[in-house]
Design a protein around this ligand. Structure first.
Ligand SMILES: Nc1nc2c(ncn2[C@@H]2O[C@H](COP(=O)(O)OP(=O)(O)O)[C@@H](O)[C@H]2O)c(=O)[nH]1
Ligand SMILES: [Mg+2]
Ligand SMILES: [Zn+2]
Ligand SMILES: [Zn+2]
Length: 1591
């Protein structure tokens, strides 16, 4: 295409509609259209086309650019022009060299075959497309974006463009205002590293900020039309022979041929930097190359600027005619070179000569491209010329210096903005003070130096207790706290340094100024330390290649740390200032002045600035500072969900580069150790993908590289690496493990660390995802080829996992995939090398960017499909705190505790308790009904067709089993469903799932056995009554006959008989009849012998000695006197760790008391004795004894305790049995009814109407007791249900904390004592108090009563109606019908009914009428009676005892810590490990030091991390290290005190009641550590809330 002027073809902005062909001849339109004709809207219309009009001017911010939106995660082609800028930005931010090749895939384009077939090819359309489907020139897009971007985006764009080796804007034109701007600020962040010839020998290099580098600049401009493609020639000029690269956009690039609409007048710049290799370098010295777009005739200002700043200006032209004054007018410093295309016919030699002479140019200043000369030759010639200039010129200038010239020419400088200037001033004020970095840090940033390091050591020691030595643990801890306090005081003693004052002031400034300031700071600080650091880093890298240089490496590392000074140091200082201030009194002004610091930081975080999470120098997290910043962040973005992506790997393997490429962020990148610790930053998720990703922000954490063990040894950073990896893995949703394949042993060592971290997380309940990234793998088939490698990797990982599991004492065999979600096929990524060619001139490899993009999409996809719940900021903070606290302990797994896990656990417990209760409640009702049916069995009310009780019982039992197994299934299904939820972090408690499943099964078994027992007992008792009933029935019948006979006899006499006579007759008849009847009584059984037998059975398996002991005493003699613990019961135990007789006495007393309560409960029922009762009691004793294994006693104790209790039980049960017989004695029953018989006799005799009276009698004697009984039986479950709705009773943990808080609020010694010494009794009493309190207020109780009362009345009325409908015509059958109807609900006394039935002459209908009336009366009567009864009495009458039920629920397994007797809180019924949240000082377990008799202050949660030892009977009296307590008590999990404040509660109690406890325990008071005395009641309260997570 001859004459085609690529990029310099000036824009033909107005394509005339009339002349289509003309507009297609863009190749000829080489004329710049004068700006005046462009019209005002040029910029505006273009911006509109691009959809950027809202963002102009300078409104596009980094947050918007970096946010993750739909475009980020999908690969939709560019559909319209307004997509173009975003497409470009997205690619540019990922340093993709294809970013500029953006083009609309216009909808009209026949890319769809079907459409093309259907519609005939329409040529008119085709032309239309060419006209209207405006293709935009990339330069226009770039210019537009620069115009719309704020300073920070510009800087980022320029930075990334330079990484792609794209030219960057130097002078940015605005075609509207004609004003152009020098992009000094935009280029500030570009740092280049190169090796000029002079350093080739020494292998040295220069690393500098490019705007400060004084380099010769060579400018290229065009005058008039030019048929040479200037930009293409420049690209060729700068490319070396092996590799061509499009530095400048040119005509032959995609869209490069489109007319430019706004980018004429743009001056771009690029740099050629040598690598020090003669054969490769195009120029051996660095040079800047500028390129002006458009004709200098139209852009004189730009031209003048170039003439004054460049070493040489190359003017490209075709013809030189009238415009040559333009050249001659300049007061240039630059040499002028004229470059003409000789092919061009129009070039006139005359004009050339004229200009050359005028400018005084020599021949060498004129380059003409001859016809036969090809591009390569021409470029060579040009290159030679440029080389000459570069080598000889003195005209070297940094871009910063160009600002002055720009000002003179009326060109703006982007740094002129007031925000930028103020920010610069502020930053300079701080950094200009820096002379020596080390000194500066010591004087200006003193809090973070030695003090903070010492504090860190103290903090860690507090958790690790490595150097306790011979001190008492609690005293030692107290001392550590004191030291910490001193250090904080020392920190507070510093006045805030000048630098910090300025710094804080500056970051308090609003909006963009603050961003400028931080950028300036970063730039300035970098400048200060660059030289030194980059040398050191280079040395470090060199030395690291050979690990023999240990000492040197260590020294360099130390120097690196000393000489580095970044903004993070200032923020660190802020953190320390803030943390130190927290130790001041709350009201102190200096503390209050600092209150706002966290908020400042939170705002910055939201603006996209990184926050230092782990201070790598001190190897610590300033937890309170970080928490407070995050909590402020949470206030700024309440309830926002976040997902976390982190990177781990060996140092200098391109981790930061990877993250920066992936997310467009700016983590510090360099070689050598540069990132210390870990930094986090936030990336916004745009609305359109929030749903997909299920989160609002993404948190990205960049970490310091892990070191190989060899290097780690040098500075003991092994521990630091482990801590860091654990923290980071624990925090992340996805961990990227970065591996540079070259060094496989190093990789293995690092993986070891990582595997440990992952393993720990599974123990915590997290199963993180991970992706392996293998860097520097460029082969396309890498994935296939590396199949074997991947298998090998997995094998290695598996081995490591097992080894790690062993080390962490988790022996079960595990594979890597057990500890994390990883699949060898999808979990590995191969990423080619970063640079395409040799730095510094190499652009970023497109393959790198693309591979990283694939990884990014995959990561985002994985996050979206995360089943786990995203954390919000507060939860994230909680993770940081808990992980870090656990990390500080040596035994991470056992010390990990966090409120999110606890919360998830609590929620699961609460939920399970609900299901558990639903099942129980259902079964209570079921049993009530079944018992009713049993009691009505064989009576008129019995409904069953079965006649044998045993058969009926079997049927009921199988029904019970069926119902129960249905419930079990339901519970298990509930559990299944629960774990499927996405909310509530359920995955964290996955580990407990099995326990809960087993609990459901065990619950079913437990209820089943209790239900079956109840049924058996009820059936047996009922069966025993049946004979009796028959006898009674017979008696009644005989009596009735006799009475009837008597009536007949009397009526025959036909004489009016007086009352007295009737009485006498009746009496005679009564006595006679009773004499004639035979009264067989129920046999009185010897309950003692039954109990005795059961006791023997129970003790039998304890061995012959136990049996012998048993037979020594008769049961009848037992339980008469109070039970006394005697010395004989103890195995003698030496040392300070023995059970005290008094403690044993307390255990015995409490068991006895519990059993007596149980016996009393049985007595209450006024039932007959049944063997299940004594079994129940023996079980009760066994269970309690099991829970008190801490009390070391021998078998003698157990036997005599059981004998004692059984003695009492037998005595009571005997009484109960005899009572029952007495009550049911037929003779007595008959006599009881004598009066009634008499009146009935008189009534019948006198033929009085009995209806009303009989109805009243039936109601009072039969219905009322039955209804009352029904209400009492139903009330128990209601009360329990009601109490369970109280949060206090929702879980064991909640219950514990409520009891403790209640104790604290009363703060009375006796209460504490009773809680500690007779826990169960205390709790039982407490529950009763709670119930009484609960039901004394409010109407809950009477509502329950009313409900059951009403339901009974309703049933009765229905029964009456039904019986009426049957019209039996006979009162007896009527009543029988009524009773039968009620047979499932009410138990009507057979005695009362029998007596009622005789001598009944009432009319059915009349009776029914009266009955209804009396029933209403009864309802009222009972209602009033209920109201009159007080709660306590009511509770006693209940059939199901709520107190016992609640107590059993809340006490749980009942086990107590083997060291301090704190109760277990596990929420599952079945659990393999017991735990408690709040351990107590041993003093409360009566432990004393042998020699001094003083109570012991140690707390078990501290002991288990210290190196101290214990001995007791469980260790066979041998000393055993606390750390390995699990060997002795495998079913206990004693977690170390995570927050260190957890046991404040008991410390407070012990400190306060030290003397009383000592007296009570007959010991000397403990030596209370100093810090204990400072614990306030409020702190004690807080510790409970934190420990139980019940904030
Ligand atoms: N040759 C080459 N250099 C890389 C590659 N990735 C990163 N780098 C360079 O290695 C240096 C260290 O990178 P950085 O991201 O700071 O590593 P980090 O310490 O793991 O965070 C930087 O100068 C990068 O430009 C790569 O794939 N190939
Ligand atoms: Mg890094
Ligand atoms: Zn304990
Ligand atoms: Zn337990």
């Amino acid at each position: 295409m001859e004459g085609v002027n690529d990029e310099d073809s000036s824009a033909d902005l107005y394509r005339s509609g009339e002349d289509d062909t003309a507009s297609m001849q863009w190749s000829d339109s080489n004329v710049d259209i004068p700006h005046s004709t462009c019209g005002k809207e040029t910029l505006a219309t273009l911006l509109e086309d691009l959809g950027l009009e809202q963002l102009y001017p300078e409104k596009l911010s980094l947050c918007t650019v970096l946010q993750i939106d739909k475009k980020t995660i999908t690969d939709e082609p560019v559909k319209c022009n307004s997509d173009l800028p975003w497409y470009f930005l997205k690619k540019l931010m990922m340093v993709n060299v294809t970013a500029r090749n953006a083009k609309c895939t216009s909808e009209c384009e026949p890319n769809c075959d079907a459409a093309a077939v259907k519609t005939e090819l329409d040529f008119y359309d085709l032309f239309e497309d060419l006209n209207l489907g405006e293709v935009l020139n990339p330069l226009d897009i770039i210019t537009a974006l620069f115009l719309c971007s704020d300073g920070l985006v510009r800087q980022e764009m320029a930075h990334k463009m330079s990484m792609c080796q794209f030219s960057v804007p130097l002078l940015l034109p605005n075609c509207d205002t004609k004003q152009c701007t020098l992009m000094l600020w935009a280029m500030r962040d570009i740092v280049k590293k190169y090796r000029p010839q002079s350093l080739t020998e020494s292998k040295g290099f220069i690393e500098d900020r490019i705007v400060l580098s004084k380099l010769p600049m060579i400018s290229f401009v065009r005058l008039g039309e030019c048929s040479l493609s200037k930009s293409e020639i420049l690209n060729k000029l700068l490319s070396n022979s092996q590799q061509y690269h499009d530095t400048f956009v040119h005509h032959d690039m995609e869209c490069g041929d489109s007319p430019r609409r706004i980018s004429n007048g743009l001056v771009e710049i690029t740099w050629y930097l040598p690598c020090g290799n003669k054969n490769m370098d195009v120029f051996s010295e660095p040079v800047a190359v500028a390129n002006l777009r458009g004709d200098i005739d139209s852009f004189e200002t730009q031209f003048s600027f170039l003439c004054e700043t460049s070493a040489a200006v190359f003017v490209f032209f075709d013809t030189l005619d009238s415009k040559c004054e333009l050249l001659t007018n300049q007061r240039q410093k630059a040499q002028i070179f004229l470059v003409g295309n000789h092919q061009s016919q129009r070039s006139s030699m005359d004009a050339l000569k004229k200009v050359a002479t005028k400018l005084g140019l020599t021949k060498s200043n004129i380059l003409l491209k001859a016809k036969q000369m090809n591009d390569a030759d021409f470029v060579k010639k040009l290159r030679q010329t440029v080389s000459n200039v570069v080598e000889n010129t003195k005209m070297k200038m940094g871009i910063e210096q160009m600002a002055d010239i720009a000002h003179e020419l009326g060109i703006w400088v982007d740094e002129d903005s007031p925000e930028c200037q103020t920010a610069k001033k502020n930053a300079d004020a701080i950094t200009s003070e820096i002379q020596d970095i080390l000194e500066y840090k010591e004087s200006q940033l003193p809090l973070q130096g030695q003090i903070w390091k010492e504090l860190t050591l103290l903090e860690k020691e507090e958790f690790r207790l490595r150097n306790v030595g011979s001190k008492k643990i609690e005293d030692y801890k107290s001392d550590l706290q004191e030291e910490k306090r001193k250090l904080r005081k020392q920190q507070n003693s510093y006045d805030m340094s000048n630098a910090m004052t300025c710094f804080i002031q500056a970051i308090s400034s609003p909006g963009i100024e603050r961003c400028y300031f931080l950028k300036w700071m970063r730039i300035n600080l970098d400048n200060v330390s660059r030289k030194k650091l980059s040398d050191l880093r280079e040395q470090y890298k060199e030395k690291c290649k050979n690990s023999e240089n240990k000492e040197e490496i260590k020294e360099i590392d130390r120097q690196l740390s000393q000489s580095s000074l970044g903004i993070e140091h200032f923020f660190r200082e802020m953190g320390q200032i803030y943390e130190a201030s927290l130790s001041l009194q709350e009201r102190v002004p200096s503390r209050q002045q600092l209150q706002h610091l966290p908020k400042l930081c939170a705002e910055l975080l939201l603006d996209g600035f990184p926050l230092e999470l782990v201070d790598g120098d001190a190897s610590n997290i300033p937890l309170r500072w970080v928490s407070e910043v995050l909590s402020q962040l949470n206030d700024l973005i309440p309830k926002s969900k976040i997902l976390v992506v982190t990177v781990l790997g060996v140092q200098s393997t391109g981790k930061s580069t990877l993250l920066n490429t992936m997310f467009g962020v700016q983590f510090a990148v360099s070689s050598g150790r540069c990132t210390r610790g870990a930094f986090m930053l936030l990336i916004r998720i745009n609305e359109d993908v929030k749903k997909v990703l299920n989160c609002d922000f993404m948190v990205i954490i960049d970490t310091e590289g892990l070191k190989s063990p060899e290097l780690a040894q040098l500075d003991n950073s092994h521990e630091h690496d482990n801590e860091l990896a654990t923290l980071v893995v624990g925090l992340s949703d996805i961990t990227i493990i970065n591996i540079a394949m070259e060094n496989s042993t190093e990789m293995k060592d690092i993986l070891q660390i990582v595997v440990h971290a992952f393993l720990r997380m599974t123990e915590v309940g997290k199963k993180p995802k991970c992706q392996f990234v293998h860097q520097n793998v460029s082969d396309v088939s890498a994935h296939e080829k590396n199949l074997r490698d991947r298998k090998l990797l997995l094998q290695q990982l598996n081995d490591m996992t097992q080894a790690a599991a062993k080390m962490e004492k988790k022996e079960e065999s595990r594979s890597f995939t057990d500890v994390m979600e990883y699949s060898p096929d999808t979990g590995n990524w191969y990423i080619p090398g970063l640079w395409n060619g040799n730095p510094p001139m190499a652009p970023v490899n497109a393959g790198y960017s693309e591979a990283v993009y694939e990884l990014k999409k995959n990561i985002i996809h994985m996050l979206g499909s995360c089943k786990s719940t995203a954390n919000d900021v507060m939860e994230f903070t909680e993770w940081i705190e808990s992980l870090w606290n656990a990390v500080k302990h040596e035994n991470f797994i056992f010390s990990f505790r966090n409120s999110i896990v606890a919360d998830a656990y609590m929620r699961l417990c609460t939920e399970f308790n609900k299901w558990d209760w639903a099942m129980k409640k259902f079964m209570y009702t079921w049993v009530l009904n079944a018992e009713t049916r049993i009691q009505n069995f064989g009576t008129v009310a019995g409904k069953s067709e079965i006649s044998e009780m045993s058969e009926f019982l079997t049927e009921l039992k199988s029904e019970a089993r069926k119902v129960l197994s249905a419930w079990e299934t339901k519970l298990l299904e509930n559990l299944e469903k629960y774990f499927k939820q996405r909310e509530g972090h359920v995955y964290l408690v996955e580990g407990y799932r099995e326990n809960f499943g087993n609990s459901a099964k065990s619950l079913r078994r437990e209820i089943e056995s209790s239900v079956l027992n109840q049924l058996t007992a009820a059936a047996d008792i009922r069966q025993g009554m049946r004979e009796l009933d028959k006898i009674k029935k017979n008696h009644t019948k005989q009596l009735e006959e006799r009475v009837c006979a008597l009536i007949e006899e009397c009526q025959k006499k036909k004489v009016q008989m007086t009352e007295k006579e009737l009485d006498e007759e009746f009496d005679k008849m009564w006595t006679k009849t009773l004499n004639e009847l035979s009264f067989s009584r129920m046999e009185v059984k010897d309950i003692y012998s039954n109990v005795s037998q059961h006791l023997r059975q129970n003790v039998k398996h304890k061995g012959s000695h136990a049996c012998k002991l048993l037979s020594k005493k008769k049961l009848q003699d037992c339980g008469m006197e109070p039970f006394n613990v005697t010395e004989g019961f103890f195995k003698k135990v030496q040392g300070w760790f023995s059970s005290h007789p008094k403690a044993v006495q307390q255990v015995a007393d409490s068991i006895i008391s519990i059993c007596i309560q149980c016996i009393a409960g049985k007595m209450q029922s006024q039932n007959n004795y049944h063997d299940t009762y004594i079994q129940e009691i023996l079980n009760l004793i066994d269970e309690r004894l099991k829970n008190h294994q801490d009390v070391t006693t021998d078998i003698g104790f157990e036997v005599s305790l059981k004998q004692h209790i059984c003695g009492i039980a037998a005595r009571e049960f005997q009484k109960m049995h005899e009572n029952f017989i007495e009550v049911n004695d037929p003779y007595r029953c008959l006599n009881q009814n004598k009066e009634k018989f008499l009146t009935d006799f008189k009534d019948v005799f006198n033929e009085r109407d009995q209806c009303q009276k009989k109805a009243e009698e039936f109601t009072r004697r039969c219905l009322r007791p039955a209804v009352k009984d029904f209400v009492n039986r139903s009330l128990g479950p209601d009360i329990i249900g009601e109490m369970l709705t109280d949060q206090k009773f929702s879980t064991r943990m909640f219950f514990q904390s409520s009891v403790l808080l209640d104790l604290l609020s009363k703060d009375v010694f006796e209460n504490y004592l009773s809680y500690i010494c007779s826990y169960e009794e205390y709790v039982k009493k407490w529950i009763l108090d709670q119930m009484v309190e609960h039901f004394s207020n409010g109407s809950a109780m009477s509502e329950f009563e009313d409900r059951h009362l009403l339901s009974s009345i309703k049933s009765i009325n229905e029964a009456i109606d039904k019986a009426k409908a049957k019209k039996s015509g006979n009162l007896k059958s009527f009543v029988q019908n009524v009773c039968q109807e009620l047979g499932d609900k009410l138990v009507i006394s057979q005695d009362a009914l029998g007596a009622f039935m005789i001598l009944n002459n009432a009319d059915e209908e009349q009776f029914a009428h009266w009955l209804t009336g009396w029933v209403t009366d009864m309802a009222q009567f009972l209602g009033e009676e209920f109201k009159k009864t007080d709660i306590l009495t009511k509770l006693k009458q209940l059939n199901v005892n709520p107190q016992n039920e609640l107590c059993a629920k809340m006490i749980g397994c009942g086990r107590q810590c083997p060291f301090c007797a704190a109760p277990c809180e596990a929420g599952e019924k079945v659990h393999s490990q017991h735990f408690t949240s709040l351990h107590r000082p041993k003093a409360l377990g009566r432990y004393r030091w042998n020699e001094t008799e003083k109570l012991v202050t140690d707390v078990c949660s501290s002991c288990v991390i210290s190196d101290t030892r214990f001995r007791c009977s469980d260790t066979k009296n041998e000393w055993h290290p606390y750390k390995r307590y699990a060997e002795i008590y495998p079913d206990w999990r004693i977690a170390p005190d995570v927050s260190l404040q957890a046991s404040d509660y008991w410390k407070y109690v012990v400190a306060k009641f030290n003397k009383q406890f000592a007296k009570e325990f007959t010991a000397k008071p403990a030596d209370i550590p100093v810090t204990w005395k400072m614990i306030t009641r409020k702190q004690a309260e807080a510790s409970v809330k934190v420990s139980f997570n019940t904030k």
